[in-house]
Design a protein around this ligand. Structure first.
Ligand code: GUN
Length: 294
């Protein structure tokens, strides 16, 4: 079997188009959704993610308040900026790009963000709301994965989904969302991680394999069953002298080999990445609507 490619760029464009129309309507009522973006330090991958997020905001009409802070920024300075954004009515969403430099306390920073502006869905209050099935901002990458599966006709209900990776940003929330009662959910979920004895033993039983381990070639063709849906959340830079930048991006999945066995597969780049940014835009628009009682 040769897999059909799930085109994340195309699905993201579709949703961004829907959002742009909604933003135009909001503007006629004097509402301009705003996102406060904070990047601390010079990490090249974080810089490129943040630039892509800011560009996406501009393209669909979201006001973005961009803050690039030096790596020497103190905890107090960062907390003061967050407090100012919490109080600023023009800002409906606050995004602090992770990871932060080591000297900063990430949990304290996430707790400082007003949960009603937490468009990343990382505040413990929103994490708790999501786990018990209450209305919450859903974390962008897991939400993007669900949207791309739903819009590609993947049947999630009753499927066995195996997630490889247990991060707070992807693996854990995705497991919760997939096992929840409701639309784009009702799956049976297994989570594998670095201490799992034989990851292939689990992934071979999966109807849906989601790789979010942060390591190239974590999922190889012998680890998936014929016709499985394979979603690759990984974004890894591997050295490549033939590229101008000196590297190329690969996911966690051996794409070329798995493509021969899967029914549907996401590429890297052009798969989950554009969806993550799109769900951030979606949450920012949602937040602006809620702030205005809509
Ligand atoms: N770092 C990697 N992914 C994310 C994300 O979705 N949001 C933030 N804030 N930082 C990240």
């Amino acid at each position: 079997m040769t897999a059909k490619i799930i085109d994340g760029k195309e699905i993201a464009q579709q949703i961004r188009g829907e959002l742009a129309t909604e933003i135009q309507h909001l503007k006629t009522r004097g509402i301009v959704p705003g996102l406060g973006v904070i990047l601390v330090g010079e990490d090249p991958a974080s810089r490129s993610y943040v630039t892509a997020k800011e560009k996406a905001c501009h393209e669909i009409g979201i006001y973005s308040n961009d803050n690039r802070l030096p790596a020497t920024t103190t905890q107090a300075e960062l907390l003061a900026l967050i407090a100012a954004m919490n109080a600023n009515p023009k800002i409906n969403g606050i995004l602090v790009q992770l990871p932060l430099p080591k000297h900063l306390n990430e949990s304290e920073v996430l707790l400082a963000i007003d949960p009603d502006k937490d468009v990343d869905g990382f505040h413990p209050l929103n994490v708790g709301r999501m786990v018990v099935g209450e209305k919450a901002f859903l974390p962008c990458t897991p939400h993007g994965v669900l949207q791309m599966m739903a819009r590609s006709g993947v049947k999630i209900e009753g499927a066995h989904a195996v997630i490889v990776g247990r991060s707070n940003i992807v693996g854990k929330p995705l497991a919760n969302l997939l096992m929840a009662k409701g639309k784009m959910a009702n799956a049976t979920v297994t989570v594998c991680h670095t201490k799992t004895k034989d990851i292939g033993h689990y992934t071979r039983q999966a109807d849906i394999v989601i790789a979010a381990a942060g390591r190239p070639n974590t999922v190889t063709a012998d680890m998936i069953k014929d016709g499985a849906v394979v979603i690759d959340v990984g974004v890894n830079r591997v050295e490549d002298a033939s590229k101008k930048a000196g590297f190329r991006l690969v996911g966690d999945v051996d794409f070329d080999a798995c493509k021969q066995k899967a029914s549907l597969i996401t590429p890297v780049p052009g798969g989950v990445g554009p969806m993550t940014i799109t769900m951030l835009l979606y949450n920012t628009v949602e937040s602006a609507k809620r702030a205005n009682g809509l």
